[in-house]
Design a binder for this molecule. Structure first.
Ligand code: DAK
Length: 259
């Protein structure tokens, strides 16, 4: 379907979701959240896709929830807005296929939370991260208090949230919030390269690994190991497992069929 504030494109196995309100540094208003919700349903239904890249148009990834829209919300409308955002971010996090946040600029507030809802984050040197909400009289409300501490530990999460301080990409790399930082002119090519590397691995194996990691993180270690054991067993029901191991035995390389 046609969108006005986002773009959803496909290149082979790779999907790309771009937040496209550059005049507002891609701030998330209700329309963006509604469109993201629909786009994620399209991505889920598209069985060709093996990886989704999430990025922003122009000089920003996402500069947060739309402060101008939020400023005039009633408590009921605020609750609705929050519910919408939380639903979309959770849908993104739970997408079966892996997701890469390609952070090309500001990732503040809801933007940082959007990036954290992806499986991993690649940033360019100009990217800026932060949770500035307490400076606006609120607190992170799209999962930031929970996802940030899980990614970087409580010390850094509390430090960033209480100070509302922004950090640049190299610092984000140092604390483990992003996995790679690239010069601006190498950034897109590297994101595409990583997406292709992931897409060319066994898609069902990757999906099962994602499920094992995400589900296992919610439970005690005994239950988590059991989850891994079951999903590992399931991977032996796939043709790609047979093709992958056969290719190794034959000193070749498997072309995985997603079966
Ligand atoms: N909302 C609306 N418009 C924004 C925006 C935002 N978050 N960020 C930037 N813009 C707009 C600016 O107003 C400006 O528009 P015009 O004035 O041209 O009309 C345009 O984008 C360009 O921005 P600047 O002129 O400010 O550009 P600069 O390079 O000078 O500064 C900046 C860039 C990113 C440092 C600055 O724009 C800035 O500080 N932006 C706000 C960043 C921020 O505080 N983000 C956190 C937002 S709070 C909830 C759950 C979650 C949330 C809320 C509720 N519930 C459960 C209910 C989430 C909250 C947040 O994300």
């Amino acid at each position: 379907m046609a969108f006005e504030t986002i773009k959803l494109e496909q290149d082979g196995f790779i999907g790309k979701l771009t937040i496209a309100r550059p005049e507002a540094l891609n701030a998330l208003n209700s329309q963006v959240l509604d469109e993201l919700d629909k786009a994620l349903d399209e991505v889920s239904a598209n069985k060709e896709l093996r990886v989704l890249i999430v990025t922003g148009e122009g000089r920003s990834f996402v500069a947060g929830a739309d402060i101008k829209e939020m400023a005039s919300l009633s408590p009921i409308e605020g609750k609705e807005f929050g519910k919408k955002g939380l639903g979309v971010f959770r849908k993104l996090e739970k997408l079966e296929i892996p997701t890469i946040a390609a952070v090309n600029g500001f990732a503040l507030g809801g933007g940082c939370e959007l990036a954290m809802s992806c499986d991993f984050r690649i940033a360019n040197e100009k990217a800026t991260f932060g949770q500035p909400e307490v400076g606006l009289g609120i607190l992170p409300g799209f999962g930031g208090t929970q996802r940030l501490q899980r990614l970087v530990g409580q010390g850094w999460a509390k430090y960033l949230i209480y100070t509302a301080r922004n950090i640049k990409a190299p610092k984000a790399l140092e604390i483990g919030l992003v996995q790679e930082v690239l010069p601006v002119d190498e950034f897109e090519a590297r994101v595409d390269e990583l997406a292709n590397i992931v897409a060319n691995n066994a898609p069902i194996g990757v999906k099962l690994a994602k499920e094992a990691i995400n589900t296992g993180a919610q439970v005690d270690i005994e239950s988590a190991i059991k989850i891994e054991e079951n999903l590992f067993g399931l991977s032996f029901a796939t043709e790609d497992q047979k093709a992958g191991m056969q290719a190794f035995v034959n000193k070749g390389k498997a072309e995985f069929q997603n079966k």
